[in-house]
Write a protein that binds this ligand. Structure first.
Ligand code: ADP
Length: 583
C-alpha cells in the first residue's frame, strides 16, 4: 500500500480523496494557491505546501511547483482528482518517472481517449458503435454539408480535443455550416490550443448514460453500474442518478459489457467512465473519461464500494477487491451538483463568500463539500461548492429524500443551483423520468427562480480576544499556530488572498441604462470589444468577462458614445466595479 499521497487538486474532490486516505491510515499532502492558503482542503490535510499564484495556470497547473512539492514531501502516490492534471498524459508520465505512483490510468490510455477521434477508433476496435459520425478531421465545409445531407440534419461539429461542454456546435442546415465550423474552430483553438474537429449526428432527444468501469494491473476489468446524467445545462451535468430509470436489465448488461470492451481496447487501468448516448433503445459510445468523475458518488451509494480506496489499491499494484459477480447494486441514488451559479440569470457564475452554511443530515444523506462557512468561492476555479447525494430503496423515495435534504441545506452569500434542483425534482417530467439532455434548457423556465443568497451579509464583528489558529508558511510548508486576537481582525481572514471588500457601486449601475457599465461579478476581463469614441447601440457587446471558466458578454444598456474604458484585457475586476462609461 502507498505510504503518503499528494492530492494535486483542491475543493471537494481533494477532501473526498483525503477522507479515504485517512480511513486507510495514509498521510495526505495538500497543495494550494495563494487564494487557497486557508481553504478547506488545506485545513484537512496532514501536510500542505504552497504553490503560489492565483490562477489555475500559476498554481494547480504549475508543473514545476507541483513536482517540487512531490520531491520535497516524500509522497509515493499522486491523486489528481478530476480537472487540472487528471487527464494530462505528460504529467502522469513525469510523476511515474520519479518512481511515484500515478493514481489513475496509464498515460497511453489518457492519450488515446483525450482525442475524441482516436477514442472513436478505440471504441471501434472494441466492437462498440459510436454516435454515427466521421473518423477523420473535417477538411472543409463541404464535408459538413455532405455528412448532413447523408446522415440527416442536425449535425454536431465537435472539437477533437474539446471537453467540459466546450467546442461543440450544432448545425441545422447547409446554410449554417460555414459559420458553425468557423466558430467551433475558434473556440477549440482558444480553449484547447488545437482546432481539429470532426462530425457526429446530433441526436435530438438522447439520454446521457455512462458506465463506471474499473481495471487493475493484473488484467481484471469490471463494470460497476450506470449513471444517468441527462439533466444538463450548456451540455454540462447538473443532476446524476443510478440506476438509469426504465433501463432494462439486458440493455444495462450490454452497455456494461461494451464499456469493458472499450476499456480493454485502450489498455485501461484504474477507474474510468465510458459515456454513452441512449436514444430510442439504442446506445452509442460518446467518449471515455480517464479519471474519477464528479458523479462517482452515486455509484458508491448503490454499490456500497469506496471507489477511491479501490483506486489506491490498484495504483499500489494490488488486485481489485471485487469481481463482476460480487458487485451488488441496491436501491437508487441521486446527486445534485451545488454550483455557485444564478439559475435565474442563465446559470451565470456567482463567486463570493459563503456567509452561512447549514448542511443537511438524516438517513442516507451525504455531503461532499469543498467549503465551510466563511470560505470564499473564488472566481479563479470551478464553481462546484459541493455535491449533495442521497440514497433510497427506490427512485421516488430518493427523490423525496433529496427534496427534504435540499430544504435543510442553507447557503447564503452566493447564488446556488439549489432552486433549480428543487424545480427539477418536483417537475412531473423528471418524476416520471421523461426527460433528455436538452429538457432542462428547452422545457423548464428557470428565469423566475430566487436563490437563498443573502448577498453582502458581513460576518459579525466583535472586539473580544479569542484564540485563533493561523496558517503560516515556513520554507513553503504550511504550519498552524495559535494566537489570541480580536475576532473581527482575523475570523474570516482566510489568508491574505481573500479580496478586501470593495466599495460596491449601487446594483442599479448595471442594467439601469445609466451608461455606467459595471461588473456583475468578480472575474477577469478577457477581451475589450470597443474603443473610446466608438458609437454603440443598446445591447451591443462591450466586454468579455471570464469567471469560473465561463465567458460572459457585458452589453450596453443604452446607445451612445464610449466616453471611458477603465479596464483592459487581463485585468481582474470585482463586483460593482465600473468598467465602461457611455455618454
Ligand atoms: P464534453 O467532452 O464537452 O463533455 P461530450 O462529447 O462528452 O462533450 O458531450 C457532452 C454532452 O453534449 C452530452 O452529454 C450530450 O448532452 C451532448 N452531446 C454530445 N454529443 C452529442 C450528439 N452527437 N448528439 C446529441 N447530444 C450530444
Amino acid at each position: 500500500m502507498l505510504s503518503k499521497i499528494l492530492i494535486a487538486n483542491r475543493g471537494e474532490i481533494a477532501l473526498r480523496v483525503m477522507r479515504t486516505c485517512r480511513e486507510l491510515g495514509i498521510p495526505t499532502v495538500a497543495v494550494y494557491s495563494d487564494v487557497d492558503r486557508d481553504a478547506a482542503h488545506v485545513r484537512y490535510a496532514d501536510e500542505a505546501y504552497a504553490l503560489g499564484g492565483q490562477t489555475a495556470a500559476e498554481s494547480y497547473l504549475n508543473t514545476d511547483a507541483i513536482l517540487g512539492v512531490i520531491d520535497k514531501c516524500g509522497a509515493d502516490g499522486v491523486h489528481p482528482g478530476y480537472g487540472f492534471y487528471a487527464e494530462n498524459a505528460d504529467f502522469a508520465r513525469v510523476v511515474a518517472e520519479r518512481g511515484v505512483a500515478w493514481i489513475g490510468p496509464p498515460p497511453e490510455a489518457i492519450e488515446v481517449m483525450g482525442d475524441k477521434i482516436s477514442a472513436r477508433r478505440a471504441a471501434d476496435r472494441g466492437g462498440v458503435a459510436s454516435v454515427p459520425g466521421t473518423l477523420d478531421p473535417i477538411e472543409s465545409v463541404d464535408d459538413v454539408i455532405a455528412f448532413g445531407e447523408k446522415a440527416g440534419w442536425p449535425v454536431a461539429i465537435k472539437a477533437a480535443y474539446g471537453g467540459g461542454g466546450k467546442g461543440m456546435k450544432v448545425v441545422h442546415d447547409a446554410e449554417g455550416a460555414q459559420a458553425a465550423l468557423d466558430s467551433a474552430a475558434r473556440e477549440a483553438q482558444a480553449y484547447f490550443g488545437r482546432a481539429e474537429a470532426y462530425l457526429e449526428k446530433y441526436l435530438t432527444h438522447p439520454r446521457h448514460i455512462e458506465i463506471q468501469v474499473f481495471a487493475d494491473t493484473l488484467g481484471n476489468a469490471v463494470w460497476l453500474g450506470e449513471r444517468d446524467c441527462s439533466v444538463q445545462r450548456r451540455h454540462q451535468k447538473l443532476i446524476e442518478e443510478s440506476p438509469a430509470a426504465g433501463l432494462d436489465k439486458d440493455t444495462r448488461r450490454a452497455m456494461g459489457e461494451a464499456a469493458v470492451q472499450v476499456a480493454r481496447a485502450c489498455g485501461y487501468v484504474n477507474a474510468g467512465t465510458v459515456e454513452m448516448l441512449y436514444q430510442d433503445g439504442e446506445f452509442y459510445f460518446l467518449e471515455m473519461n480517464t479519471r474519477l468523475q464528479v458523479e462517482h458518488c452515486v455509484t458508491e451509494m448503490v454499490t456500497k464500494l469506496d471507489l477511491v480506496a479501490e483506486q489506491i489499491r490498484v495504483a499500489s499494484g494490488e488486485p481489485l477487491s471485487i469481481t463482476e459477480d460480487s458487485i451488488i447494486r441496491r436501491g437508487h441514488a441521486i446527486e445534485c451538483r451545488i454550483n455557485a451559479e444564478n439559475a435565474a440569470k442563465g446559470f451565470g457564475p456567482s463567486p463570493g463568500t459563503i456567509t452561512k452554511l447549514v448542511l443537511p443530515a438524516g438517513p442516507e444523506v451525504r455531503w461532499d463539500g469543498g467549503y465551510d462557512e466563511g470560505d470564499t468561492v473564488s472566481q479563479y476555479y470551478d464553481n462546484l461548492v459541493g455535491k449533495l447525494i442521497v440514497w433510497g430503496p427506490d427512485r421516488d423515495t430518493a427523490r423525496h429524500r433529496m427534496l427534504r435534504a435540499l430544504q435543510e441545506l442553507v447557503i447564503e452569500g452566493i447564488h446556488t443551483t439549489v432552486p433549480a434542483h428543487q424545480l427539477v425534482l418536483t417537475h412531473p417530467d423528471f418524476a416520471t423520468a421523461n426527460h433528455s439532455t436538452r429538457w432542462l434548457e428547452e422545457q423548464v423556465d428557470t428565469s423566475a427562480l430566487v436563490s437563498q443568497a443573502a448577498a453582502d451579509k458581513a460576518p459579525p464583528e466583535t472586539e473580544e480576544l479569542t484564540p485563533q489558529v493561523l496558517p503560516v508558511e515556513v520554507d513553503g510548508r504550511r504550519f498552524q499556530v495559535k494566537v489570541w486576537l480580536p475576532d473581527a481582525g482575523i475570523a474570516h481572514s482566510g489568508g491574505g488572498a481573500k479580496q478586501a471588500p470593495r466599495p460596491r457601486a449601487a446594483a442599479s449601475t448595471h442594467g439601469s441604462g445609466s451608461g455606467m457599465i459595471s461588473a456583475p461579478m468578480q472575474g477577469t476581463i478577457v477581451k475589450v470589444l470597443i474603443a473610446v469614441g466608438d458609437a454603440v447601440e443598446p445591447g451591443q457587446a462591450l466586454l468579455v468577462l471570464e469567471a469560473m471558466k465561463m465567458e460572459n458578454h457585458l452589453n450596453a444598456e443604452q446607445g451612445g458614445t464610449v466616453a471611458e474604458i477603465r479596464v483592459s484585457a487581463g485585468d481582474t475586476v470585482g463586483t460593482g466595479d465600473v468598467l465602461v462609461v457611455i455618454e
